[in-house]
Design a protein around this ligand. Structure first.
Ligand SMILES: Cc1ncc(COP(=O)(O)O)c(C=O)c1O
Length: 431
């Protein structure tokens, strides 16, 4: 199938589907940010996708910068992933017994991430972060977890405090249904400031590059100093690499920044678009996980044969040239967007770390959640989002998300995006 044609020919409209969806699913969606609540309007319902494109149910094509919020780093329907999943599906979809592909996946991931010796596959980033926290608590015998405001670590109870991404997009600081006791041992600190720690702290969880409050770069030395602060009190440093993992570099943020945590969690990219997460650590720390140790964690679908087939096919393609392509494209896009808006007299910054790219309609890049929240006030992102969507370019429907490029976003497509942004900038400047 050519990426320039649509196979969709049904008459379903987005509006009709959204109306039906809202009757049977909260907000009409299975994850809140998809509901368009923070930008307004009717979500497009995807019918199919290929390469950098998605088509909605009305047959309209969009150049996609959502990319499933990260997993589709090689574009949609990557042929190797599709083949691998098809073959795997013919061999059975789940066994409840170990497989060779799980071993290959663990070997590949451990060989890429400096210091990670063992890992366990789970089915989402939430599960990975939740399990990593349990591991840190179990291995240290301590309870307190320190996290940073605006960092998102999934929706498990004890990490749902001052979270970024969907929770921030919905204007929430916490979450109904989470008992006070569940977050009693969670301390929230401002990002980019090394917190005071003591010997009650089991772990400090951090997004090495914050990517759920827009993209906020770690300040010079922040991760290194955090490492030292953890060492001083015997706390574990937990890198949540669900976004940065295998995106920032072959070995993720650990390789990129040269700072090694004690515990990692991963998701997104490692599933090639299927539901996968993972957490890992040194052999010694992972010795605490059942059946070796007393930290229980399991999963009926963990290490699922389709998911590992997709993940392996994705990782195989993520070589040095893929990373330089991603970084080149993100740089071209970020620079182009800044030029387009500044030429129209509109303040904008596009923070970028490697291929992680964000956009804020402000003049100085935020360094923490307070600044990020101040930067997204007003309707500028909403206007930008709809202006781009009208021009067939799909960004995430919320100001706290990244702009996800993939290896199949070409220079030509990036330039087309910048030209569309220049038109939108002109409209915004004209008021
Ligand atoms: C840094 C980070 N950690 C954890 C998660 C949770 O992952 P999932 O949505 O797969 O449960 C996300 C999701 O966006 C994330 O960005």
């Amino acid at each position: 199938m050519s990426p320039y044609t649509s196979t969709v020919s049904n008459a379903l409209t987005n509006a009709a589907l959204f109306e039906r969806a809202q009757k049977v699913m909260p907000g009409g969606v299975n994850s809140p940010v998809r509901s368009f609540r923070s930008v307004g309007g009717t979500p497009y319902f995807v019918a199919n996708a290929e390469g950098p494109w998605v088509w909605d149910t009305e047959g309209k094509r969009y150049l996609d910068y959502v990319m499933s919020y990260g997993p589709c780093i090689l574009g949609h329907a990557n042929p190797n992933i599709v083949d691998a999943v098809s073959v795997a599906a013919g061999q059975g979809t789940s066994y409840g017994a170990p497989t060779e592909r799980e071993v290959l996946m663990a070997e590949e991931m451990c060989s890429r991430v400096p210091g990670m010796e063992m890992m366990r596959l789970v089915s989402s980033g939430t599960e990975a972060a939740m399990s990593a926290v349990r591991l840190a608590r179990g291995a240290t015998g301590r309870d307190v977890i320190v996290k940073f405001a605006g960092n998102y670590h999934g929706h498990s109870d004890n990490l749902l405090a001052a979270g970024g991404s969907g929770i921030a997009n919905q204007g929430l600081s916490g979450c109904d249904g989470v008992p006070a006791g569940a977050v009693a041992d969670t301390i929230v600190a401002p990002y980019n400031v090394v917190p005071e720690l003591d010997s009650s702290v089991a772990a400090v969880a951090v997004e090495p590059v914050a990517a759920n409050m827009g993209v906020v770069a770690p300040g010079e030395g922040f991760l290194r100093d955090l490492r030292a602060a953890c060492d001083d009190v015997g706390a574990m440093l937990l890198f949540d690499e669900v976004i940065t993992g295998f995106r920032l570099a072959r070995g993720g943020a650990t390789e990129y920044f040269g700072v090694q945590p004690d515990v990692w969690c991963f998701g997104k990219v490692i599933g090639g678009g299927l539901p996968v997460g993972a957490y890992g650590a040194s052999r010694e720390i992972m010795g605490s996980v059942a059946p070796l140790g007393g930290v229980y964690q399991g999963g009926t679908l963990s290490g699922n044969p389709l998911a590992t087939a997709a993940g392996l096919a994705a990782l195989e393609q993520l070589d040095a040239s893929a990373y330089s392509t991603l970084e080149h494209l993100a740089t071209r896009l970020g620079d182009g967007l800044e030029t387009a808006f500044r030429s129209a007299g509109i303040d904008v910054v596009c923070p970028r770390v490697g291929s992680l790219l964000g956009i804020f309609f402000t003049d100085v890049a935020p360094t923490n959640f307070d600044e990020a929240q101040a930067a997204v006030e007003g309707d500028r992102y909403k206007t930008f989002f709809h202006g781009m969507l009208e021009r067939g370019i799909a960004l995430a429907p919320g100001p706290y998300e990244m702009i996800f490029v993939s290896t199949v976003h070409t220079d030509e497509l990036i330039d087309m995006t910048i030209a569309a942004a220049a038109e939108v900038a002109g409209e915004m400047a004209a008021g």
